[in-house]
Structure formats: C-alpha cells, structure tokens
Design a protein around this ligand. Sequence first.
Ligand SMILES: [Zn+2]
Length: 125
Amino acid sequence: MYLCNVKIVIMSRVIRMINGKCHNCKEKHAKIFKDSFFSFGFPKMNKKCPNCSIRFEKEPGFFVGAMYVSYGLVVLEGIIAYLIGSFFSNNPIVLLISILAAIFLLSVPNYRYSRIIWIHMFGSV
Ligand SMILES: [Zn+2]
C-alpha cells in the first residue's frame, strides 16, 4: 500500500514536471514559464508562482545548478541521436552531424526542462 502511494506521488511529480507546473502547488494554471512549450523565441520564466506566490529563484545564482541537469539532458540526447543515426549510416561525419543537430534543435527545450527539473529537485529546500 505504501509503495503504491509512493509510485503515485512520483508519477504526479513527473507529470507536473513534464507540464511545467509549480513544485509547491498542484493547480492547473500554476505554470513556471509564461509562454507555452510550442511558442517561438526564448522561454520567459515567471518570478513567482501565479497561484501560491512561491519564488522560483530562491537566491541569486540558483539556476547555475540547472546547468548540470542540462548537461545530463544533452548527453542523453546525444546518445539517442547517435543510436538513431547509427541505424542509417556508419559514417562518423554523419553521426557527428546528427548529434550536433539534435543538440542544437533541443537547446531551447533543454533550457526549459533543466530549470523545471532543478526547481522540482531543490525548490523546496
Ligand atoms: Zn505554486
């Protein structure tokens, strides 16, 4: 029973991270970023949660640690791009270009999700 509740809590947190919701409250309109995922341009963050008014940036430089999350995401995407590219070609130049293209195309979602994951990991500390 306890393990089932832990799974539910973890899954609800993962779903909130994917949707970019606040780590503190569970409201539908409590978004961390102002714009939607599919909007053009660089994503802009809310300074506070629109629902519970908790500050997302706890202190100056809080999001420096999100670079570690971003690095992990880039490595994961590079490995996936390599595996997908290796199905089509064994040429190392083509594989390198596919990895670099994946990193470039996913740079904005990386920025967004690295901060969201960082807030969910250390926002309550
Ligand atoms: Zn909130």
